[in-house]
Design a protein around this ligand. Sequence first.
Ligand code: G6Q
Length: 560
Amino acid sequence: MASESAMARSNTAPLPIDQTRAWKALAAHARSTRRRTLADLFAKDRRRAEKFTVEGAGLRMDYSKHHVDATTMRLLLDLAETAGLKARIGRMFRGEKLNSTEHRAVLHVALRAPRGTVIKVDGEDVVPHVHEVLDRMSAFSRRVRSGSWKGATGKRIKNVVNIGIGGSDLGPVMAYKALVHYSERSMNFRFVSNVDGTDFVEAVRDLDPEETLFIVSSKTFTTLETMTNARTARTWLLAGLTKACGRKGLPADATARHFVAVSTNAKEVEAFGIDVENMFGFWDWVGGRYSMDSAIGLSTMLAIGPERFAEMLRGFHAMDEHFRTTPLSRNLPVIMGLIGVWMNNFLGYPSLAVLPYDQYLSRFSAYLQQLEMESNGKHVTLGGSRVAWDTCPTIWGEPGTNGQHAFYQMIHQGTRIVPCDFITFCKPISGLPHHHDLLVANVIAQAEALAFGKSKAEVRAEGVARELVPHKEFDGNRPSTVILGERLTPFSLGTLVALYEHKVFTQGTVWQINSFDQWGVELGKVLAKRIIPQLESRRAVSDHDSSTNSLINYYRAHRR
Ligand code: G6Q
């Protein structure tokens, strides 16, 4: 079987993945093992947990509670081989332009490459540029955190508001919440993303403009939501400062003292009134959803400081190295990705719940929704033909134990199987070890209950009334993965995010799709631009379908 790179060299399209011998073998294997339960698998092999647990970069992943055996894993690894995964990992790390529809390299791994590593794009080493920006971010963060950077009226900055959306928001929000324990508690961090004006209003309602710094985070610096919020922020700031300055009048550099930008678009940044000296750049080879460790992470660095940020980058890099160098059979992101393919394509489970048992990871599932679904929610292959197999499942989840008191009912007794990723850490941050034991007992118990359930006989033996027995029975046989880290730190957060980034890469490679573009978000944006003036127009609208016309006209009649 020729790999993608061999195909690319010979200029022929790869065989569709579902036509390959490896795929067909997995389909046959799935049919022949359909009736086998997790209880059967565990009963047959006392060393099962040990055999189906892998470790890397400080994380331990137990995937023994999946419907896999040695044959399944061999066939999945054959599939990875057939898809040319190993070679493609090398191509990503070498800076090849894997994002074929945008002709871009895919180099988030360069964002955490140590100084001295050489990674070239179009013949130029990009790592020195990465470190030049990191150094500038560090110097800036030190000034703000120490109070030597002053606002226009001479007050120190106490509030940082990140304005961005999608990839320029979800990572920063998730990372701030995840690492708030390590943050500078004398400062407030807020995040504004939604064009809904209430997002901005609520974020700044108790803030003093004299003490507030806005980071406008936008790769393009043209995004409707972000630029609308940025302009509103500038108006709010200047109004507040004008009042504070009174007769002295506003200093000429007022905007520049309270606004910095993270962008690739210097021209627009300057046009907005932000000093390009205070612009932190990144590059077209960093996708938005892969950018939380680039300058887009400036709010994270301001919160936790440059040293802790560097520790987070070391965590990312540790997982990058694990992914790049470890044999596929012991490679965490590869195994995670392949198990996902097995469940999605061969067992037919259409969603994945990601359930962190760590309150600090409260936005982790939301972050992964973008990372996974924007990357792999595609129906066209790299070659441009329609895929004949399913791609990304629906990703969802909330932190445990809260989820247990909400939607776990469906996970345990619903009609659809929902595979789960449970994530937790051995050592608590809270200083309340008893709470932590309760938390961890719950995550371990959930995985056990899902896998082994409770039979009718067991329910009866508890003396349950006959008519209640069917309601209290648990089928079990429901798959889950348990990911354990030592403690939630900047380092372990980096490893965890990189684990999922490379899982996405693994799956995108098998599914033969481009995980690095996002054309699917365009159409709605274009149509909204057409509708905006129609909402404000005095004339009734009739050039859409009847539903769209009626929604627009109803809103026009009721908008004020
Ligand atoms: C992510 C996407 C998207 C992007 C936002 C914000 O991979 O590209 O979520 O991050 O649309 O874009 P800007 O940073 O350009 O404002």
